[in-house]
Write a protein that binds this ligand. Sequence first.
Ligand code: HEM
Length: 500
Amino acid sequence: LSTFQWPNPLLSYADNQLYEGNLDLTGGCPTRDDTTISAQWLRVAYHDMSTHNVDDGTGGLDASIMYELDMPQNVGEGMALSLQDFNGFGIVTPFFGMADVIALGAVFAVVGCGGPVIPYSAGRIDASTAGPPTVPQPQQNLTTHIELFRQQGFNETEMIALVACGHTLGGVRQVDFPLIVTDTSTDVDTFDTTPAYDNTIVSQYLQNTTQDVLVVGPNVTTQSDLRIFSSDGNVTMQSLLSSDTFSDTCAALLQRMINTVPSTVNLTDPIAEPFQYVIKDPFASATVTMLWADQQGDSFCPSTGCSVQSSSIQPVFFTITGKAQNLTASWYLFNATINSTSSISKFWFEINNNDGSDPIVVDNGGSGFAIEQDPSLSLFVDFMRSETVQLETPGDFTAFQKVVVAVLGNAASATVSMTAFTPFSTALAPPFTPTTTSISLELDETNPPEGAFTFFTANVSFSVTFLDITANVGSTSLTVENFNLAAAIDSFTLINVIPS
Ligand code: HEM
């Protein structure tokens, strides 16, 4: 059973991205530009983190890499390409920025090529300027590398392992490092013979069969992997010959790497398993019931709560992160009709195994899933009245969301507005920054007031994913923050307008 306390928008969103999200480009460890997408994503995460300074707590994984691509240490087409991938996913939100996406990318990179599942935390804060040029470069000496890794928070042993944990993927690109890869017929000289996230980088190094050009390349000055790997007499590399040790060591070090953030930033607890799924064992003949209580003072529901059984069950399609953990799960869906006068104060669930055992109560750690409401002023997005409108004229297709907001209270005199968040940047190159626009809502002519509710509406573009909605009545103001429009539109009515 889950220990996750609802509501927690950041943890919920991170959990959803990790287990059911869009970042699934790395499954099967696909090749791109003669390296792998995973290699490109992991390198971005390391370079972004490399601006950390343990001495003053500044820098770290903060998306400052978006402003650092012209620094020589960040050469390579994989950098801009990866950031374009991340922008294109459109998953940044007002509370989940590019730095969180870069860190999530590292998790997907490693698991996509068969490596361990790195427990993921969210909550990074995006920088708006470049950090210092502190990414290690191959021509620097060992003393410099030890000092750069110390500044990033890693000791010498950790430095050796972390480089091996990185250089199990990808390789060195000839056009960017012509003095390291001298054969101009080579595009990318890979560090080892397998694209997989495995310890071949270690075994081939120890067997003297390595092809890593940062070990055996023609230029002694740029043999940085050789200097680093051998710096403790190969003791650390020997320990990584065990694939379990390699996997565990890399998972721990890469988790620390992606959690290296400015000291002012607080990350969530790590997500090591999906906490939205409270039924852990397959309950073959289980019945799942949703219960709810009405607002205090009203007595529409019996004291045991109103209840409804799940109306349908859908399979959960897990990302590679879930698949790597051998997870299977189902969504139980509910259709509850709630009395508009007595309303709802909280809901919870009961799972009955139908085998004579006591039902399992899922009630958010005892408090229930509380819905806060102020009877003098409340608002919500009305999923039933909201529409996805598609206009199909020959040669032209436009679509938008008609968002309908229900306002309870003295709504005739209300003014309603919203801030719309668009995650995608239309820039062709980094930095990619989201945009917000202000929209005022009008009284909805097509939906006259009903019960105690008045309906307001505005059209928003398809690229908008999150809304902050504010209603003002007299001196009272109410804002619903971070409404996930992208998730809601699945439930909107689809209207196709095809002019004759
Ligand atoms: C002294 C430290 C390091 C040096 C000097 C170094 C240097 C390099 C160089 C020169 C490349 C070739 C880049 C290109 O051609 O695009 C490279 C690639 C790469 N590095 Fe490092 N690196 C270091 C540490 C790390 C660490 C700690 C990680 C991650 C944990 C890492 C991850 C990667 C990855 C995944 C690639 C392959 C990129 C691709 O194939 O697109 N490196 N590194």
